[in-house]
Design a protein around this ligand. Structure first.
Ligand SMILES: [Fe+2]
Ligand SMILES: [Fe+2]
Length: 162
């Protein structure tokens, strides 16, 4: 069935993001395990906990709005995770792999930031008032994670240059 209405698109995009979050809950533990910098590993662990909450938040949102999530796979996130996994296979553990992991994680965060930004806009247009604050709460967590990763990346460059 082709998607014709914005509310159908919203359900599709929400289901896609749900899949992306679930994929992240499986990828973040691997990234934490391969990180050498304990602060980076801790950041991945912390975001894993947050991400589990984000999965639950989407379920809560769907239930509150009376929406049924579709079983779809987010191919965008699958591709980003595949790239991160290939970095873990190709790069020796240490500062260089840490830099690669930060880069890969930031790509995933930016993907999520774009997804939530567009979901919030659609929710507003559809008058899904109860969904907006939930989506905004997750967006803030994604933005804060991206910021934290930028700080770690900056700190790492200083260390390397010294
Ligand atoms: Fe997320
Ligand atoms: Fe995230």
């Amino acid at each position: 069935m082709p998607i014709k209405a914005v509310h159908e698109l919203f359900i599709h995009e929400l289901s896609d993001t749900y899949s992306a979050e679930k994929q992240m809950t499986r990828s973040l533990p691997k990234m934490a395990k391969h990180a050498t910098d304990p602060e980076l590993a801790a950041a991945f662990e912390a975001h894993l906990e947050e991400t589990r909450g984000q999965v639950a938040r989407i379920e809560e949102l769907a239930e509150a709005a009376g929406l049924k999530l579709k079983r779809i796979k987010c191919e965008g996130m699958a591709g980003l995770i595949e790239e991160a996994t290939s970095m873990m296979d190709q790069v020796e553990e240490g500062p260089v792999l840490d830099a690669a992991l930060i880069g890969a994680a930031q790509k995933a965060e930016h993907y999520e930031i774009a997804s939530y930004t567009s979901l919030i806009l659609m929710a507003k247009k559809l008058g899904l008032a109860q969904a907006v604050p939930l989506l905004q709460a997750t967006l803030k967590e994604e933005q804060a994670t991206d910021q934290k990763l930028s700080v770690l990346a900056e700190a790492q460059q200083i260390e390397q240059a010294a």
